[in-house]
Ligand binder design. Structure first.
Ligand SMILES: Nc1ncnc2c1ncn2[C@@H]1O[C@H](COP(=O)(O)OP(=O)(O)O)[C@@H](O)[C@H]1O
Ligand SMILES: O=C(CO)[C@H](O)[C@H](O)COP(=O)(O)O
Length: 562
């Protein structure tokens, strides 16, 4: 057998997943998940202040373990493994030194959260994002936000950097450059020692760093200096050109070839973001909305240059040439909180329960931890089983899905979640059901915005942890959108998409479209809307919209006296 194989790596928010894939038929010969140990302990985070940082050691340990494990599991000879591609969350930037190494890998900054990866969901930079939006609208020059939906988010590159350099003089001084997570890992694999030489991700730059070829790359130094002179200086130590992920970033370094038991002939593709790789793994085509549903949700579409023309789609996460399928325009929207909204509720119940179990004298410590882990594992399933039994006609509460702010439509990370309509009969299952409905209503707001902006949506594909794990969420989504939802077979669609990019970068397939056709894993389920549910959710959606307008301050008479 002389089949050629590639490896796709998908760095999610809680774990990194790898798959090794046969490029001739998409057969997944091995997969492995590595949960970030420091992140799992909540280190370097402060949810109350919306601070979420990750230590790069979590990522490097996961890099080595996942690749070694999938090679071992597959039994594929190293000589047949031709390429690797890395997708990560974003915008998740890190301050790096002159060699492109994250500052937190140096002893001086090893415990400093500002020297670590500022995870996409970290919203400490709301003020900075507001400044960028205000300046973009008023400075008299180019509106650099126009290809990113017209509203810059605290989740993104420049806002995060500006916040950190204001907070931490030492990091500001020591940071030679800043790199997105996907570029850091790619640079590590190819043994780069110069961040200015690394082929930076088009996807990351276009969707999160205000990059566009029409203004020669990044925003001008004049614009940046109005925010902070140090940003203007930094521009010289970032990048001008960006690259799509069907292209090679370099070859595996000798160090990593030895660590992984691979050849230095192994090509490493330019990095990308998880959702966009997921769309490729899920066979994205024009007029199809791909929903990558994990802790958050990303909604990805592709449009031909002819179809999109000069249309600037308002309030989404941007439209970028080549961010998904090179030669087409990638469109991104999404929700800052999706599975996380449900995890938040789960933790609300589990945390005090766990503390009581630990404080009790009934069980030994090992049995206590086993019981707590079982409750943590089972609670979402249990709540889902109970929620499915609640008749839709039951006046369940109405919730807003903004526990992590609102990403789209119209980013507003200052927003918070809310629930109304509680009474003495409101049990955990009813609140959970309201939260499930809220994240589906939030998805409908995005579909409505795309259509209002002239982007046709004829089909919906679901993938990611929630799509594979929750029948309740997916049926509710089909009912709320009143559209069938196809579920991608692969439970690692982003990693599969990264593998597809790797096969093109390694010269095995001639294009991303050809790689999709050859390596797709297809779909294994379709959720069809249930007409009677569609009617009920139409009314509930109107309540959700009114409640949202009220909470966001656009009070309406209908709600004001409730
Ligand atoms: N049974 C379930 N029902 C609903 N949501 C679930 C269930 N199991 C896990 N989740 C959610 O899935 C999300 C993790 O999604 P996943 O795609 O695995 O991770 P990531 O977002 O890091 O890529 C978590 O937010 C978790 O709350
Ligand atoms: O916005 C993104 C991509 O553009 C983030 O990577 C995405 O939201 C992260 O989500 P998850 O934790 O579910 O992988």
């Amino acid at each position: 057998m002389n089949d050629k194989f590639v490896i796709g790596l998908d760095y999610g928010s809680d774990s990194v997943r790898a798959v090794i894939v046969n490029t001739s038929n998409g057969e997944v010969k091995g997969s492995h998940v590595f949960w970030y140990p420091r992140w799992k302990k909540g280190k370097y985070c402060d949810p109350v202040s919306n601070q979420f940082r990750q230590h790069p050691l979590d990522h490097l340990e996961g890099l080595e373990e996942t690749i070694r494990e999938v090679i071992k599991e597959s039994g594929v000879p190293s000589g047949q493994i031709k390429g690797i591609c890395v997708d990560t969350t974003g915008s998740s930037p890190m301050a790096v030194d002159k060699q492109g190494k994250p500052l937190a890998l140096s002893p001086e900054f090893a415990e400093n959260p500002n020297a670590m990866m500022v995870l996409w969901k970290d919203h400490t930079a709301i003020k900075e994002a507001d400044e960028i939006n205000e300046l973009a609208r008023t400075w008299g020059g180019e509106d650099y936000t126009k290809y990113e939906g017209g509203i810059y988010s605290s989740e993104w590159f420049w806002a995060k950097i500006l916040h950190v350099i204001r907070e931490d003089e030492a990091v500001a001084e020591a940071a030679y450059s800043w790199m997105e997570h996907c570029d850091v890992i790619t640079a590590e694999l190819i043994g780069s020692d110069d961040p200015l030489e690394v082929k930076r991700s088009r996807c990351a730059a276009g969707h999160k760093a205000l990059w566009h070829e029409s203004w020669d790359g990044l925003p001008s130094k004049e614009f940046l200096s109005k925010l902070d002179p140090r940003l203007a200086d930094l521009r010289d130590r970032l990048y001008t050109n960006t690259f799509t992920s069907d292209l090679p970033a370099g070859n595996l370094s000798g160090e990593w070839a030895r660590k992984l038991g691979l050849s230095t002939d192994t090509v490493v593709a330019v990095g990308t973001f998880d959702a966009h790789a997921g769309a490729v793994g899920g066979e994205v085509t024009e007029n199809t909305l791909v929903k990558v549903m994990g802790t958050s949700t990303c909604d990805i579409m592709v449009a031909s240059h002819e179809a999109i023309g000069d249309n600037l789609v308002k309030g989404i996460c941007g439209q970028v040439d080549g961010s998904v399928i090179p030669g087409t325009v990638g469109l991104e929207a999404g929700q800052s909180g999706f599975g996380d909204v449900l995890a938040w509720f789960k933790n609300l119940v589990v945390k005090p329960t766990a503390e009581l179990i630990r404080a009790s004298n009934e069980l030994d410590d090992a049995k206590k931890e086993a019981l707590i882990n079982e409750i943590d594992r089972q609670l979402l399933i249990k709540l889902s089983e109970e929620a499915i039994q609640i008749p839709l006609s039951d006046t369940a509460p109405v919730a807003l899905d903004w526990v992590n702010g609102r990403r789209t439509p119209d980013a507003n990370q200052a927003l918070k979640g809310a629930v109304m309509g509680l009474n003495m009969g409101t049990d955990a299952a009813r609140v959970f059901k309201a939260l499930v409905e809220s994240i589906c209503f939030g998805s409908k707001k995005i579909v409505d915005r795309f259509r209002e902006e002239g982007v046709a949506i004829d089909a919906v594909i679901g993938m990611g942890g929630v799509a594979k794990k929750s029948k309740l969420v997916m049926q509710t989504m089909a009912d709320v959108l009143n559209m069938p939802i196809k579920i991608a077979t692969s439970d690692q669609a982003p990693a599969l998409g990264a593998a597809m990019y790797a096969s093109v970068a390694a010269g095995i397939h001639p294009s991303t479209e050809a790689a999709i056709a050859a390596m797709t894993n297809g779909f294994d389920k379709v959720y069809e809307p249930i007409p009677e549910n569609v009617a009920v959710y139409k009314e509930l959606y109107a309540k959700y919209a009114e409640f949202g307008a009220f909470v966001e301050g656009k009070k309406t008479a209908a709600l004001a006296d409730q």
